[in-house]
Design a protein around this ligand. Structure first.
Ligand code: FAD
Length: 321
C-alpha cells in the first residue's frame, strides 16, 4: 500500500464510520468484533443505517445499544421518515432516545419499491428537514438540558456543566440527489435542513475529490455553516462498485471501474479500491474537508487500512483486549 506523503493528510483529522444492521447471527457476531476494532481507533461516532420503511428498526437499535454498552464512542442512528405519520415518527424518536441514542442522521428515505416520486408515499413528512425539527422538539421535551452543537455559531446560552450536546446530521449530495431538478435545489435543501436545526452534513459517496470540494464551497458560499463530512467508500471489487452505483444512482466512475475490471485477482482489486480511497481522502483533506466519514461495509480491516495509509491513526491499530 502506497502511504500518502501529503502533510495535509496527517494529524488529528476527525473520522467516523458507517455500519449497517446484520442479517444473520453469524453476521451479528462478526459485527461485534468490527465494532471493537473500530472503537479502538477513537472515531468521533459510529453511525448505523436504517432499513427502508423501518424494516431494520429492531436490528438497528440492537447495534446502537451494543455500541453504547461496549464502547465509549457516540452512536448515531440513521432514521427515515418517508411513509410515517407524525405520531409514528414521534414514538420512534422517543424509543431511540430511551435506548440512550442522542445523535441522529435525519433522512427522508427513498420511496417504497413499486412507487414513484409524486405518488402518495410520503406520509406526514415531505422532507428530511421536517424530521430534523421533530427530533429537536422531542429531544427538548425529554431532555431540556441538552444543547445543540452548531459548529461556527456561538452557543446562544453558555453550556453549563451537565448540559449535553446533541448531533443531528443530514444527507448531502455532491453530485446532486438523483431526483433533484438542479444543483441549486440540492444546496437549498441543505439550507432548509440547517434552518430546521441540523448541525452536520454527511455526503453520499463520490469518486472525484473535485465533486466534493466544489459542492462544499458552493454550500459555504450559499450560507451553510455546518461541517460537511465527505462520505468515502473503499470499493474493493467490480461487483461492489456495480451494486453501490445501482443503490446510490451515482455515475459509474469509468477510471476506477476499468482498473477493477481488468485486475484478475481479488487481492489486486482490493489494493486498487483502498488506494483509490486513500488518494480521495488525501485530496479532500488537503482541500479543507473537516474530517472523513468512511462507509465500512461492516468490515474493519479495509477502512482501517485507508486511515493508516493516510497517517490518520494516532496509535497503531491493535486488536482490542
Ligand atoms: P431530502 O433532504 O428530503 O431530499 C433530498 C434531495 O432530494 C433534495 O435535495 C431534492 O433535491 C431531492 N428531492 C426529494 N424529493 C424530491 C422530489 N419529489 N422531486 C425532486 N427532487 C426531490 N436511506 C435509508 O433508507 N436508510 C439509511 O440509513 C440511509 N442512510 C443514508 C446516509 C447518507 C450519508 C446518505 C447520503 C443517504 C442515506 N440514505 C439512507 C438515502 C436517503 O434516504 C435517500 O437519498 C433519499 O432519497 C433522500 O433522503 P434525504 O434525507 O436526503 O431527503
Amino acid at each position: 500500500m502506497q502511504k500518502t506523503s501529503d502533510p495535509a493528510c496527517s494529524g488529528r483529522i476527525p473520522f467516523s464510520f458507517e455500519l449497517y444492521p446484520p442479517k444473520t447471527d453469524a453476521d451479528a457476531s462478526a459485527l461485534s468484533t468490527t465494532i471493537e476494532h473500530l472503537a479502538a481507533v477513537g472515531p468521533d461516532f459510529l453511525s448505523v443505517t436504517y432499513g427502508a420503511n423501518g424494516s431494520s428498526r429492531r436490528s438497528s437499535l440492537d447495534v446502537l445499544s451494543r455500541i453504547l454498552r461496549t464502547t465509549n464512542v457516540e452512536a448515531m442512528a440513521h432514521l427515515t421518515c418517508v411513509g410515517s405519520t407524525h405520531d409514528e415518527a414521534n414514538r420512534l424518536i422517543r424509543e431511540f432516545l430511551d435506548a440512550g441514542v442522542h445523535s441522529f442522521l435525519a433522512l427522508r428515505g427513498d420511496p417504497p419499491a413499486g412507487t414513484k416520486e409524486g405518488e402518495a408515499f410520503l406520509g406526514d413528512f415531505g422532507s428530511a428537514a421536517e424530521l430534523v425539527q421533530l427530533i429537536h422538539r422531542v429531544q427538548a421535551e425529554k431532555s431540556p438540558y441538552r444543547e445543540s452543537i452548531i459548529p461556527g455559531i456561538p452557543a446562544a446560552r453558555a453550556v453549563t456543566p451537565g448540559r449535553e450536546k446533541v448531533r443531528i446530521a443530514v444527507a448531502a449530495f455532491p453530485n446532486g440527489h438523483p431526483r433533484s431538478r438542479s444543483s441549486a435545489q440540492d444546496i437549498d435543501t441543505l439550507l432548509a435542513k440547517q434552518a430546521a436545526g441540523a448541525n452536520l452534513g454527511i455526503t453520499q459517496l463520490f469518486f472525484h475529490a473535485d465533486h466534493y470540494l466544489s459542492f462544499a464551497q458552493r454550500a459555504r458560499e450559499a450560507g451553510v455553516l455546518f461541517p460537511i463530512l465527505p462520505g468515502i467508500m473503499p470499493v474493493t471489487s467490480p461487483a461492489r462498485l456495480r451494486r453501490i452505483i445501482e443503490l446510490s444512482g451515482e455515475q459509474l466512475p469509468s477510471d476506477l471501474s476499468i482498473r477493477l475490471e481488468v485486475e484478475p485477482t481479488k487481492e489486486g482489486q482490493r489494493e486498487i479500491g483502498i488506494q483509490h480511497a486513500v488518494d480521495l481522502a488525501g485530496r479532500v483533506i488537503a482541500g479543507g474537508a473537516p474530517g472523513l466519514h468512511l462507509y465500512a461495509f461492516n468490515e474493519h480491516e479495509t477502512v482501517l487500512e485507508v486511515l493508516a495509509a493516510c497517517g490518520l491513526l494516532t496509535s497503531p491499530v491493535a486488536a482490542p483486549a
